[in-house]
Design a protein around this ligand. Structure first.
Ligand SMILES: Nc1ncnc2c1ncn2[C@@H]1O[C@H](COP(=O)(O)OP(=O)(O)OP(=O)(O)O)[C@@H](O)[C@H]1O
Length: 195
């Protein structure tokens, strides 16, 4: 199968409940759904995990308590797959129907290997973005600090990474319309105008 070549790749990272999905949706709205697809690295992980464990994939993908119940075990299972191929989920996530669109948003990079995959393959069109929110705000959004999850590589693997193209502070709706999102839209427009 031919792999599509995107004109811009925007990779988001951030702690649980920092607002990665929320910001990804906002950015997609600004760029337009026809031009821009959202891909979740945790999407194929969840569907494959659900298949192998006979679980309800729809409930694993929504924001319900159901996903919190299985989160720790799902993380462990994903690590096992990743030991075989660190880029396995990056490749899977970017080969779905959304990959035909010229702008890709990857909403949930969690590890150095995730960033490395996109740096290696899409460096000329890549922007990496760290979404940050204060702990009290994350708590208000439903974050419950949990041992084995918040101290795992999936949550901390990019804490020391410093080469973000942009950082977005997402403590309120006001922050979202802050110039950072405009900077990203400008970056994408420039890439779209480049042949
Ligand atoms: N700027 C904001 N204004 C209002 N609500 C927000 C904002 N950012 C995030 N939220 C809300 O906070 C909740 C958590 O956000 P979101 O699901 O985007 O976080 P996440 O980083 O993707 O979390 P997880 O890693 O747990 O999937 C959602 O209900 C979302 O709508």
């Amino acid at each position: 199968m031919a792999v599509d070549i995107p004109k811009a790749v925007i990779v988001f990272s951030g702690k649980r409940k920092s607002g990665k999905d929320f910001i990804s949706d906002k950015l997609q709205d600004l760029i337009g759904k026809d031009n821009c697809g959202i891909m979740r690295l945790s999407g194929p992980l969840k569907s494959q995990y659900a298949k192998e464990h006979n679980l309800d994939i729809a409930r694993l993908l929504d924001a319900s308590e159901y996903k919190e119940t299985y989160r720790a075990d799902m993380i462990k299972w994903g690590e096992t797959q990743r030991q075989k191929d660190p880029f396995y989920f990056c490749k899977l996530a970017t080969r779905g129907s959304e990959s035909h669109k010229p702008v890709w948003i990857i909403s949930d990079a969690r590890r150095r290997t995730d960033i490395n995959y996109f740096l290696q393959n899409y460096t000329n069109v890549l922007a990496t973005i760290r979404v940050v929110a204060d702990d009290n705000i994350r708590i208000a959004r439903g974050w419950v600090k949990t041992q084995g999850i918040d101290d795992a590589e999936s949550e901390c693997g990019l804490d020391d990474y410093e080469a973000w193209t942009f950082t977005i502070k997402n403590n309120s709706k006001q922050d979202v319309v802050h110039s950072s999102l405009n900077d990203i839209v400008n970056y994408v427009q420039k890439k779209l105008n480049t042949s």
